[in-house]
Design a binder for this molecule. Sequence first.
Ligand code: NAD
Length: 478
Amino acid sequence: MEMYPELKLYIGGSWRTTRDDLPVVNPSTEEIIGHLPIARENDLDDALDAAAAGFERWSQTSPRDRADLIREASRLMRERKDEIAHSISLEQGKPFREAQLEVIRGCEFFEWDAGEAVRTYGRVIPSAPGVKYIVHHQPIGPVAAFSPWNFPMSQPARKIAGALASGCSIILKAAEETPAGAMHIAQAFEDAGLPGGVLNLVFGVPADISNYLIPSSTVSLVAFTGSTAVGRHLTGLASSHMTPVLMELGGHAPVIVCEDTDVEAAAMTSAIRKMRNAGQVCTSPTRFFVHDSVYEHFLDVFTKRAEATIVGDGMDQGVEMGPLANDRRITTMVNLVADARDSGAEITTGGHRIGSSGYFFEPTVLAKVPHHARVMQEEPFGPLAIVNSVDSLDTAIEKANSVPYGLAAYGFTNRADYADRMVDRIEAGNLSINTLEASLPETPFGGVKSSGYGREGGFEGLQAYTVVKNVSHSVSIV
Ligand code: NAD
């Protein structure tokens, strides 16, 4: 298998390196595995010009031809699944098996959006004889997109799929920690025959790139996935140029465990799901509100399963959880755990960094965490679960809604009235009952409150990438 690829920018259909670079580190070993070229203003100017030209051409390409090309690129990525998974496991740390699943998921995003490309239907509004009102959905224009490091391939895939399926060109800044996932995507599109300039890939200092691209009159949409703080900043920047945004931001997902559920199954599946991608998932189940009558049982099963998680280098056989993506996450975990402990929480397992080389952290369960502890409000984005008891579903819903986030939420119950109450009252863009799957390519995904706005996936997924134009046409001059 090929080792980690040589990192390059992809602008106007050709690959380039730059004078300055940043090291890319394997989070399992802290070894430098690559050098990230840093885009400077001249590179960004080239990317903007290329995206403008790419948009002219791609927006005039038929939706069917766009769909065919996206499907061909996706076929190539499926063929290269192991090579891509190898790169992203090295740069991000996740178990190889999870990385393979991520590549498949990324391909599914491309395939779904390719299907949607031919379904951006408009409508005809009835009118007087000789007059027609026709609503068109047209591609919005060149997109500046920013993808995070937690899913190095499937996060860029979501943005590229939406843009290309809609007829937009895109400049993607992929995360500096995990650039190879996006590079593999660009390579597949080049090999599939995508015209130069439609997809441009840059890396570098995030603020330098967003400060340069977003004010450009070429950019018609800003799409971002990452923290609420950065999302808010970029939204401010975009709004001063009247540029629309698509924001997929942080979450702090509540899980309501009702007294009627199968406690053992709910606890087992929750503990396994919590540790997926070392908890670095915006939909990660984190704040568990468990009915008093089943609390101790749930906590016991959850703690034992969390403790049994096999942690190690993502490339090693049998590993269930890799390291955190960078040392910033270790610092956050250590601080949140210390604050929770000082606030009176019990740590039923974990709470510490593992070893001194690699960013490994123990699967951690905090119980009976007081409301004022920082972790009750701040997204941990790591392998940390809070398990608290509640006396009723109403209390659980109140606590679930007590944070500024509203991305994913979960419930375990077999009672129709409980499920119905959750559907009506939980503040979240995605609610899953008796499953911890928050989204599929065919379902709309996104947040409410500080978790952002706009949707990716489902038929809603292309809406952000299109603008509505109403055409009034009279057969004679009136
Ligand atoms: P961060 O806020 O510094 O960065 C988050 C992402 O935003 C990174 O990919 C980074 O490259 C990018 N970014 C930062 N400043 C930027 C700027 N000025 N312009 C453009 N992009 C910029 O945080 P971090 O330490 O990298 O990650 C931790 C937090 O990020 C987590 O707490 C989590 O909330 C959030 N996050 C969310 C997701 C998600 O899927 N929603 C993914 C990764 C990280």
